[in-house]
Design a protein around this ligand. Structure first.
Ligand code: MLT
Length: 395
């Protein structure tokens, strides 16, 4: 018996587990201090009323012989796929229902999709990067190349035709930097992927935060992207489903490699290894797209947007460079006083009782930067911003 040795090539714990552990240790040592968490991108507002009602109704249905649902379709119920199809159509993207696969979240699918690809494929990620893209590929023994995202390129690296890649991860609005690609920039990535015969894995988990014209919400807004891209999205950020769990993946019918349909492969994979998302949860997810659901959700998104403004204003007043926070729930700032990311983490926790996420945890290009989330409680976010301001005065 042999274990997968590649696990020894990843760090011992996942970034957000390390951050949470450090926070617990600090709290245990300072029980009198109130800690404000602006670290992991976890939402704080409750589920929208329309979602809760739909889930209650679904539970009631499940309690009757006629309304009971056992195993559902592994790829999701038609009613939810139809709602998602309409949501995309509202942004000018036409999808077929069979191109949409419902799952328990984007993170799982981003890892699971790798079942479809050969181990010898080369992976290209931006740096800094959501650690899941890197860790899941290292676990599988794949070679990883990094496209540096820097202050100079606005944290939006563009393809280098000299670099040969097979699988390309893009996340826009970006986690962790909050930077967002325009449609034209994504068109260049599509062109590059096609020239390389590569596949783009596009993480659109934060698309609901895009408000500015010209910024893409979906890679499929780019003509021809259906021949080279898979898109992952989630109800976590748009509708507060971080604990409820529901997401979806779009695998276009037009996506083929070596004469094989990736859509068919993914269907085969899901029907074999996955038994679907609970009926009650899918009913709740579908309610997100009703007029009442959408109205409530926009209010929640505006609440988080106001948090982002509070943090942004404080950073501006303190003369700290940052990006993001406009079409994104994340603010990406330069650590003051030349501190490294972890030095600033410790300093901020000690001086202000605020927990953020060290940029270096997302990759070497993240060193010297720091991520704050706008998903916190509004009052606590204001207190955190005030504490940050006071603390910075002592530097
Ligand atoms: C984050 O903080 O980066 C996200 O919450 C991670 C995730 O969505 O899994």
């Amino acid at each position: 018996m042999k274990i997968n040795k590649h696990y020894s090539e990843i760090s011992e714990s996942y970034l957000f587990s390390t951050v949470a552990k450090k926070q617990r240790e600090f709290s245990a040592a300072h029980p009198d201090r109130e800690i404000i968490r602006l670290s992991i991108g976890d939402v704080t507002l409750p589920l929208a009323g329309a979602v809760v009602k739909a889930m209650h109704d679904a539970v009631d249905e499940m309690s009757t012989k006629e309304g009971f649902h056992g195993y559902g379709p592994e790829q999701g119920y038609e009613f939810l796929k139809e709602s998602i199809r309409n949501y995309y159509a509202g942004h000018g993207v036409e999808l077929a229902a069979d191109e949409i696969f419902i799952s328990d979240g984007a993170k799982s699918d981003l890892g699971n999709i790798l079942d479809l690809f050969d181990k010898d494929n080369t992976v290209l990620v931006t740096d800094p990067v959501y650690p899941v893209y890197v860790d899941t590929n290292v676990m599988a023994g794949r070679k990883i190349l990094y496209a540096p995202a820097t202050q100079e390129n606005g944290f939006l690296p563009m393809p280098d035709p000299a670099v040969k890649a097979d699988i390309i991860y893009l996340c826009s609005p970006n986690n962790p930097t909050g930077a967002v690609y325009t449609r034209e920039q994504l068109a260049q990535w599509v062109e590059y992927a096609k020239a390389q015969n590569a596949i783009i894995l596009f993480d659109a988990a934060y698309e609901c935060f895009v408000t500015e014209e010209g910024l893409a919400r979906s890679i499929f807004e780019v003509p021809g992207a259906k021949e080279c891209a898979i898109e992952f999205c989630s109800f976590s950020k748009i509708a507060g489903f971080t604990g409820t769990r529901c997401g979806y993946t779009v695998v276009p019918m037009a996506l083929e490699r070596e004469g094989v349909s990736l859509n068919k492969m993914w269907l085969r994979r899901q029907t074999t290894k996955f038994n679907g998302v609970p009926y009650v949860v899918q009913k709740g997810a579908a309610a997100v797209f009703t007029p009442e659901g959408m109205a409530e959700i926009q209010e929640n998104l505006n609440y988080y947007r106001r948090n982002a403004q509070v943090i942004a204003q404080t950073l501006e007043e303190c003369g700290i460079w940052y990006c993001g926070g406009k079409n994104s729930p994340y603010l990406w700032l330069k650590c003051p006083g030349g501190m490294t990311s972890w030095e600033f983490f410790d300093w901020l926790l000690d001086k202000a009782g605020v927990v953020g996420t060290p940029g270096s945890g997302f990759g070497s290009c993240g060193e010297g930067y720091f991520r704050l989330t706008a998903f916190g409680d509004a009052e606590k976010t204001k207190v955190a911003a005030q504490r940050l301001k006071e603390a910075l005065k002592t530097l």
